[in-house]
Design a protein around this ligand. Structure first.
Ligand code: NAD
Ligand code: WQD
Length: 343
């Protein structure tokens, strides 16, 4: 299959690109490299030992996106390109709506005249807001707790309306829980700019000596050890889910499957301290922690019911928390400064 991947140079995009190429598909990337390094694409090329097309452009650049669609003629699109920092979206929301929502409209417009009606969208567990019940299934009510989450809900709505208007569309709304870890090779991984917002890259930077201690945001939650519980999922499992979703879309054989949400999680919750302990085992040394107050907006516990993805397209997560920590450490240890290696 010919698969167009927006945001394919980013963290989840580069891991998905590698799985796509390894599975024998052809790929074309559109990425403006606003949050990615070209080195990631070079390394995917080496690992897969296969080439792919690359348009270095913003998805809001109509001419560039249309040219990529017209030249490559995709049979499926995987749409990762977006801004994703929750805190920044609260401080300055407009770039989030512009990049994420308007960018998605430009991409969908460019597909109008093409035969491609198969689309996998990077959504997020953030669309569930504060959980009413656990585990969270796809029928859980949707709500918004920050502008980033609102962009995801708006894009889901746009895609639902599109599929409703034209029944030849097959659209998978993939709601990721907490993607972590790195490719087993240690050659590609998560490389955040500045101080990591998320737990796993922060722990990895403590392990490699770039930061003194892990700040634990609250130890007075009603959880196993008082620290927040999340459903961490290995990025390679997330990447493989995209292949399964695209196969599901394409297997409609021109008969659209509509627009369906799918949780991508393991169904298991892990606390912050359990994650720190697992990483300590992986890197072979204790990791210092500092207890700090709760982070505003955080909930105690969040984990998925991932059963629908298994029932509908036969995917389930295979890798566990130890695999996530080992692979993350392998990446961080060999790339202490991420893709921008200092001498
Ligand atoms: P990332 O920032 O590493 O990847 C996003 C990629 O999109 C980057 O390569 C960036 O350069 C590119 N990009 C951003 N805006 C663009 C634009 N306007 N035009 C062209 N390219 C653009 O992020 P990620 O962690 O790989 O996330 C991928 C997707 O998954 C995003 O849509 C994100 O919202 C979603 N998601 C991520 C997580 C997570 O925890 N990482 C969780 C849930 C959902
Ligand atoms: C995990 C746990 C923190 C950092 C975010 C987005 C969500 C989705 C995934 C995109 C929580 C605790 C964290 C630290 C800590 N992204 N923590 N010290 O908040 O579950 O989800 O990423 O769609 O929308 O909100 O992930 O990794 O930030 O936090 O104690 O330095 O770790 O309180 O319990 P989160 P996270």
């Amino acid at each position: 299959m010919r698969i167009l991947i927006t945001g394919g140079a980013g963290y989840i995009g580069s891991h998905t690109l590698l799985e796509v190429l390894t599975a024998g598909h052809e790929a074309h990337i559109i990425d403006n490299l606003s949050n990615a390094s070209p080195t990631a694409l070079d390394r995917v090329k080496q690992l897969a030992n296969r080439d792919f097309g690359f348009t270095e452009a913003d998805i809001r650049d109509r001419d560039a996106v249309q040219a990529a669609v017209d030249d490559f003629v995709p049979e499926a699109v995987i749409h990762f390109a977006a801004l994703k920092a929750v805190g920044k979206s609260v401080a300055d929301p407009l770039p989030y709506f512009h990049n994420n929502v308007y960018g998605t409209l430009v991409l969908l417009d460019a597909l109008r005249a093409s035969p491609c009606r198969c689309f996998a969208f990077s959504s997020s567990a953030t669309v569930y807001g504060d959980p009413d019940y656990l585990p969270i299934d796809e029928a859980h009510p949707l709500s918004v707790t920050n502008p980033y989450g609102r962009t995801k809900l708006q894009m889901e709505g746009i895609l639902q309306d599109l599929a409703h208007s034209d029944p030849s569309w097959s659209i998978a709304l993939l709601r990721y829980f907490n993607p972590v870890g790195a490719h087993a090779s240690g050659r590609i991984g998560e490389d955040p700019n500045g101080i990591p917002d998320n737990l796993m890259p922060f722990i990895a930077q403590v392990a490699v000596g770039r930061r003194p201690a892990v700040n634990v945001f609250g130890n007075d939650y009603d959880t196993i050890d008082g620290t927040g519980v999340r459903d961490y999922i290995h990025v390679t499992d997330v990447a493989r889910a995209h292949l399964a979703a695209v196969d599901w879309c394409a297997a409609g054989n021109g008969k659209g499957r509509g627009c369906e949400p799918f949780n991508l999680g393991t169904g298991r919750g892990t606390s912050v301290m359990e994650m720190v302990d697992a990483f300590s085992r992986a890197c072979g040394k204790p990791l210092p922690t500092i207890m700090t107050p709760r982070r505003p907006g955080d909930v105690a516990t969040l984990y998925a019911d991932p059963g629908k993805a298994e029932r509908v397209f036969g995917w389930r997560a295979e890798l566990d928390v130890d695999d996530m920590c080992r692979s993350s450490w392998n990446w961080q240890m060999h790339n202490p400064q991420g893709y921008d290696q200092e001498p």
